[in-house]
Design a protein around this ligand. Sequence first.
Ligand code: 5GP
Ligand code: ZN
Length: 112
Amino acid sequence: MSCLFCKIIEGKIPSTAVFQDELGYAFADLHPQAPVHVLIVPRKHIASLDEAGKEQSGLLGHLLWAAAEIARKKNLTNGYRIVVNTGQEGGQTVDHLHLHLLGGRAMTWPPG
Ligand code: 5GP
Ligand code: ZN
């Protein structure tokens, strides 16, 4: 498997772990776009949100919960943003489903 995030999950590429359990792994983004920028990924390889089936809806919910839990642990009491870039026009560059947790600064809307 040549997937970058699978290698990170397996520990073959180093990362700064933020949270982990049996379903997911979260680590600091290499190029942070905010004071807090964490990536939350399923341990199972799913290429994108578009590839996630109904049988994975529980897993998707768990990852969203994990993102909120990390935000609480990082004291993002003023708010934060969760982003799931999907596909080419969605700006996805790594083909392993991931949630971005961004916080620690005011976000703008609409995104670019
Ligand atoms: P995407 O553009 O697919 O939504 O997000 C991919 C994210 O992965 C980017 O924010 C990028 O900075 C991050 N990233 C790419 N390569 C690495 C890496 O080797 N380690 C870590 N920690 N993050 C990475
Ligand atoms: Zn993968």
